[in-house]
Design a protein around this ligand. Structure first.
Ligand SMILES: [Zn+2]
Length: 348
């Protein structure tokens, strides 16, 4: 099939798919928002609330304190189906439309906690329409075309070079063993790892050491060689308690990595870090778009030996992903130390 013909065919199909896709998305979204679970966090007292779905994108929560005098914490757990798709587009506003601070864990962006005063008030959990065009995912049937007169076939491959599935091997927290052990082993097998680094500098009055800054020359050498991939694990792996802090944590890490790869694509994976807590009024999408990131915080299999039987778990995980043609992700922390994964597990 010639290129212009393919372009014509794709051009004709796209608006149709986009139109039907939008309608279907609205209904699904409404149903998903309706299945969100709302509660007061760690609370047994007189206050009550009611929650109703409004339109396709809003959950309206009315709080009635009924004599409660202390602050309340509203907990909203979106269905897990939201996590990979629209949790990054959710904000919470008050009745006047003012965005409120929402606290979330770095690895569970679909679970929201909002601190509210003990007053009768309305809060709106809103799935914002993401700005700009979104990627359209085609069904298997829509990815194939046959040119009727010649019988020529064309298909859009799911994975690079038409492979069955993809595997990403991630290494978190810029641990020195990644330089000493992981990278040499990856090179032995011709693999490219994804290194989630925390490039922030150590700060006065903080016990946090910057493994990345202490081994900066070695990380720079890895970047120059260009056979491994770096990703954003935020500057200091400590979360944030406001928009400015969150922007600094994500932005500093993004800029530090871009500086190591001059002239290369700015697109990086983001992982906000296990055990971190983030407070922001903005949707995660704001940070993702501004710093050319995609969220890779969830959906990965932890390979630390403490989880037990890792090699068998990995084989099963990989087999299931190959069977279904999916993106398989696993992650390590320190390699070959007392904590983390032994070199034997890693090599296996
Ligand atoms: Zn981490």
């Amino acid at each position: 099939m010639s290129v212009p013909l393919l372009a014509q065919w794709v051009g004709a199909l796209l608006p149709l798919l986009a139109a039907t896709g939008a309608v279907r998305e609205g209904d699904t979204l409404r149903a998903e928002i309706a299945s969100a679970k709302v509660s007061f966090l760690d609370y047994c007292g007189p206050a009550t609330f009611s929650a109703t779905v409004r339109g396709n994108r809003e959950l309206v929560i009315e709080v009635d304190p009924r004599g409660e005098r202390g602050p309340l914490h509203l907990r909203v757990v979106l269905p897990s189906s939201a996590e990979e798709r629209w949790a990054a587009d959710v904000v919470v506003v008050d009745a006047t439309g003012r965005p409120l601070l929402v606290r979330r864990s770095g690895t569970e962006w679909h679970k929201l906690t909002i601190r509210v005063p003990p007053e009768r008030a309305t809060y709106i959990v809103r799935a914002v329409q993401p700005p700009g065009p979104r990627l359209q995912v085609f069904s298997d049937r829509d990815r194939q075309a046959v040119e009727p007169t010649t019988g020529l076939k064309a298909a859009i491959a799911t994975w690079h070079e038409g492979r069955k599935a993809a595997l990403s091997i991630r290494f978190d927290d810029s641990h020195p063993s990644h330089l000493a052990t992981a990278i040499p082993v990856l090179r032995e097998f011709g693999f490219r790892g994804t290194f989630m680094v925390c490039p922030g500098r150590a700060e006065p009055n903080s016990r946090w050491r910057s493994d990345f800054q202490e081994h900066l020359a070695e990380w720079k050498a890895v970047a120059r060689r260009g056979d491994q991939e770096f990703a954003n694990h935020t500057a200091h792996h400590r979360g944030a308690s406001g928009d400015e802090e969150m922007e600094a944590e994500i932005g500093q890490a993004a800029k530090a990595i871009w500086d190591l790869f001059p002239g290369r694509s700015k697109l990086l994976a983001l992982n906000l870090g296990g055990g971190t807590s983030w407070e922001t009024t903005k949707p995660l999408r704001y940070y993702l778009d501004k710093y050319h990131l995609f969220d890779a915080s969830s959906g990965s299999l932890g390979m630390d030996d403490v989880y037990g039987n890792r090699v068998a778990a990995f084989r099963e995980h990989l087999r299931r992903h190959i069977e279904r043609g999916l993106w398989c992700r696993i992650h390590f922390h320190a390699i070959g130390q007392d904590s983390g994964s032994s070199e034997a597990t890693f090599r296996a």
